[in-house]
Design a protein around this ligand. Sequence first.
Ligand code: SF4
Length: 711
Amino acid sequence: MTDATKTLCPYCGVGCGLEVLPPARRGRPVQRDSQGFPLWQTRGDRNHPSSKGQVCVKGATVGEALNKDRLKHPMLRSSLEQPFQQVSWDEALTVLTDKIQTVRQQLGPEALCMYGSGQFQTEDYYIAQKLMKGCLGSNNFDANSRLCMASAVAGYLQSFGSDGPPCCYADLELTDCAFIIGSNTAECHPIVFNRLRKHHKKNRQVKLVVVDPRRTETAKDADLHLAIKPGSDITLLNGMAHLLLRWCKLDALFIEECTHGFTDYAAVVEQYPPEKVAQACGITVPELETATRYWAEAERVLSLWSMGLNQSAEGTAKVRTLINLHLMTGQVGKPGAGPFSLTGQPNAMGGREAGGLAHLLPGYRSVANPEHRQVLEQAWQLPAGSIAAAPGLDTWEMVRALERNQVGLLWVAATNPAVSLPDLERAQAALRRSPFTVYQDAYYPTETAAYAHLLLPAAQWGEKTGVMTNSERVVTLCPAFCPPAAEARPDWEIFAEVGRRLGFTEQFAFQSAAEVFTEFVQLTRGRVCDMTGLSHECLAPGPKQWPYPADDPSQAMDKRLYTDLRFPTPDGRARFASFHSRGLAEPPSPEFPFVLTTGRLYGHWHTQTRTGRIEKTRTMYAEPLLEMNPRDAQELRLQSGQWVEVRSRRGQVRVKLRVTQTIRRGTVFLPMHWGVLWATAAECNALTHPEVCPVSLEPELKACAVHITPV
Ligand code: SF4
C-alpha cells in the first residue's frame, strides 16, 4: 500500500510506529466513522524499530478521534460566567499579546505562566521555551510531565550526571531478569510488555519479578510477584541490597572504578536485615530472598519502572535507590541491563530534550547554570541576563501562586489540569482565580475549558508536522496527513506568532516545523542527547535513535548510553546515594484506614480527551470501579456492584465497588481517567494530595488515605 503515511502513535511513551490510511482509497468508497466523519484508519508499521508492527487498541483506533468534538475557532469571553463568543485569530492574538504586555509591565514576567504537555511535538516544546524563558524572561513553563516523569529525570541526573534512559527496547529480549517495580506495563505500556512477555515465555531461565501492591495483568505473568505495602519500595530495595552485600554478589571492579559513595551506602543498607524488611514491606523473607537471588544470579538485569516510583513524595529517592542496585552489581551500560524508566506520554522525552520543565533549558541544560543560560541567550540573540537564573514555578507552585493572586496570565496547552491535578477541588478553585486563562487545545468541551477566558484551537496529531522521541530515544517524524480542523493551528505556530507580535521577529522567523527542528538540534551539540545529525529530511525515510551527532551519525539502532562505563559527571563516575524511607506522605489512620492507589486502565488514556470519544475504548471500561480485597469488603459488609463513597481529607467520590482478590488488604484502587465530563463525582484526584518530592517536585498522586462507606 503506497498511500499510507508513516507516523507515531500519539498516546504513550512506548512510541509505536503507525501507518495511517486515508478515508478515500483507490477504488473503495470513503470510510466513515459512526458519526459519519471520514475515517483515517491506522495499523502498525512493521518497519518501525520500536514496535515492529505491533499496536494496542489505542493506536489501532486513534484515527477515530481526529474529527470528533474539535475546537474549531478562537473563542473569547470576558468572565467565566459568560458564554464564549467566536472571534478571529487576529482578535484573539491581539487580546492575548495585550494581556501579556500588561502583565509584564504591571506585575513582571514572573506573573506569566504556561502549562504544557508531553503531547506537544518537540517543535512545540522548543518554541514555547524560547518564548517564555528566553523572550519573555519567565521560567514559569512547566508541563504535565511534572506529574509523570520528573522523578526519573532527577534520579538519572543525580546518579549518572545527566537525564536520558541508558537502555533500549532490544534489552527486553536480551535480559535474564526483568525487575518491574511501580509499573503496570501490560496495561500502560502494552507493546513493551508484549516484547518482554514473548522473551520470558520463550526462555524459561529468564526471570520476571513484579513489585506492585496489586496483582495486575503484569504481575500475573511474573515468576515472583511482591505485593508490597504501598510506599515501602525504598525499604524493599535496601533490603535487596543488604542481601546482595551479605552474599557478596557485588561487582567490586565496577564499584571501584565507576562509582562514588559505596561505603556510605553500604553502611546504610547494613541496617536492612531481611526480617525487618519483610515485615515493613508486608512480604515474606523467602520472597525477598528469591527476588534478590534472581537479581544476583542474572548476568543481565533490566529494571523497568513508571508512575509507581515517580509519583511519590520520595520519588527521586526511590529512583536512585533502584539505580543503586544496578551500580552495586554492575548492571548498566551493557546489553540486556540497566535502569529503564518507561515514559508516560508520547513525547515527554522530547520535552526533556527541549527543556520543557521549569528548571530546564534545551539540550539537557539547567536554568540555574550561568554557562547554560549564556549558551541559550547567544543562540537566541537575546541580551545577556534575559533568562532568569531561578527555576520557574513547577506545576503545584503554579496552583499556589494562583491562590496568592500572583499569576497575571495562565496559558494552558494540550493538557487537562482540571482533571489531572492532585487535590482537585483546591486546584479547580485556584484555576477559577486566574485573572486571564488561555486554553489551547484540539478538543472542546474539556473540563479545563470551563476555566478559560480565551480558547485557541490547536492542530493535533496528523494535522501538523513535527517529531517525537519515545522511551528508548528513538526519534520519529510525524508528518501532517490531513488539514487542521477548521481554523486550528499547530501549537508552535501559535507561540511563534505571539512572539513576533511582541516584537521578537528575528527569533520567530520560521517558515516551517523543519526549520524549528534544525535550530533546536544545534542546541544539543556535545550534550548527552546530541542529535545534531538529525533533521526532518533525514528522518523522512525512517526513525533514528539518539545519540546522533552530526560528526558521527550512527545509523545503528539499539544504542545504549554509558557503554564505556563513563558517566557525564565531573569525574566520570556514577553516584551512590542512600535513603531511609519516610513512608507515605499520608499514611492510613483510624479515621482514614485505607490506602488508595491510583492508575490507568488498558484502552484508556489519561483524562479521556481522546479515548472517551472513541466508542471502542470508551466502552472497554464504561465506568470507574473501586477495587477492594474480599476480606475488607466482608468486614465493611460491602459487595461488588454496590455504590460506595470514598472520602479523603480533601474530597469525596461516589463509585461502584469491584471486590477482587487482586489487591492486598488495606489498599483500594481507583483509575484516574474520569472527570466531570464523563462521570459526575468520580474524579479520582478529588481524593489525592499535593505533597511533592522535594527534589523532583512531582506530587504523590499514587497514594492517599481514604475512608469508605456504603451510599
Ligand atoms: Fe500507542 Fe502506547 Fe499502544 Fe503503542 S503501546 S499503540 S504507543 S498507546
